[in-house]
Design a protein around this ligand. Structure first.
Ligand code: ADP
Length: 314
């Protein structure tokens, strides 16, 4: 598959690889969600590119990274649209494979007038991304600064990616979403960045106060990651690096739609960490990215550029 041409500017950018899901979200708006057995008429339907992997790849590209996507799309009509969307964001798709005889990952998102929603996810080609695919894509990881992984592809595949990135000397960031119980080996990463509910799904307990967040971050750290960043929505991020637990506050925004705030955050952390070597500085900047995403509607359309983030920080 075609890749963007590498310019001198591209070569000086931090190199970010993203191993993860590529989905088409079918967003259906209706007056009320159907009850079991009921048929309702939709008011509108829109195809919106999504998937946590693709969202984080677009986030990192807008933040100034040279991004390589590793994933699978199906050989249905959505596959090429999903690829074109990533190529339009200047993402290298040479390691995006097509699963033959398989549909692309889909999310059927029904939203009623009250804002309540119901979502069915069809993993499709994402479930076909295998550890062998990662071994074949290993050359894509050589020379990359950071690998980002999430949990919308099989855990054995994510693990193969983590191990390959370590062999390549890259830092690994795991966003453990959607919430799930994790194989022990998956904790062997440089940074884990769950939101509140994902952190609780892994270590249990309650997370209400900042002290609770610090205690949960320490319990997560004991599982193996070098650092833990629990995103706390409008409150900011709890960072624990094995020595100090610190709340790094976000800024105040009028939240419109928090979809993809966590993806904006993860992409920004990867880029700024690779650029500065300082995780604390990266999280400070990524909080601004998350806040900007929360202040805008949609998933990928809400992801900010590095210029927009910088103009907030100055
Ligand atoms: P997720 O989308 O994964 O649930 P969060 O909602 O915790 O993740 O958001 C990720 C980051 O984005 C937060 O740590 C914070 O820095 C920023 N953020 C999210 N929502 C807001 C908000 N309403 N106001 C300010 N910053 C926000």
């Amino acid at each position: 598959m075609s890749s963007p041409i590498t310019s001198p500017d591209e070569r000086s950018k931090p190199r970010i690889a993203v191993l993860g899901s590529i989905n088409m979200d079918l967003v259906i708006r209706c007056d009320h969600l159907p009850k079991p057995g009921e048929t309702v008429a939709a008011r509108s339907m829109a195809e919106v590119p999504g998937g946590k992997g693709a969202n984080q790849a677009v986030a990192a590209a807008r933040c100034g990274g040279a991004v390589q996507m590793i994933g699978r799309v199906g050989d249905d009509g959505f596959g090429q649209k999903l690829l074109n969307n990533l190529l339009d964001a200047s993402i290298d798709c040479s390691a995006v494979l097509t699963a033959q005889g398989c549909e692309s990952g889909l999310a059927i998102v029904s939203v009623e007038n009250s804002g309540e929603n119901a979502i069915i996810v069809i993993p499709g080609a994402n479930a076909r991304l295998s550890a062998e695919d990662i071994h074949r894509a290993e050359s894509s990881l050589a020379g990359c600064d950071v690998l980002m992984v999430q949990l919308e592809t099989p855990q054995a595949t994510v693990l193969a990616g983590i191990q390959a990135a370590k062999r390549a000397g890259a830092k690994v960031i795991l966003d453990p979403a959607p919430a799930a119980s994790l194989r022990d080996e998956l904790f062997d990463v440089d940074l884990i960045c769950p939101n509140e509910s994902e952190a609780i799904a892994i270590v249990g307990g309650r997370l209400e106060t900042i002290d609770d967040a610090a205690a949960i971050a320490k319990r997560l750290h004991a599982k193996g990651p070098a650092a833990v960043a629990i995103t706390l929505g409008a409150r900011g991020t709890m960072l624990y690096d094995g020595a100090t637990a610190e709340l790094i506050p976000s800024i105040k925004v009028d939240a419109v739609d928090t979809t993809a705030a966590g993806d904006a955050f993860a992409g920004a952390v990867a880029v700024r960490w690779a650029q500065t070597g300082s995780l604390r500085q990266a999280i400070r900047w990524a909080n601004l990215a998350g806040a900007l995403a929360a202040s805008r509607a949609g998933a990928q359309p809400s992801l900010p550029t590095h210029q927009q983030i910088d103009s907030l920080s100055s």
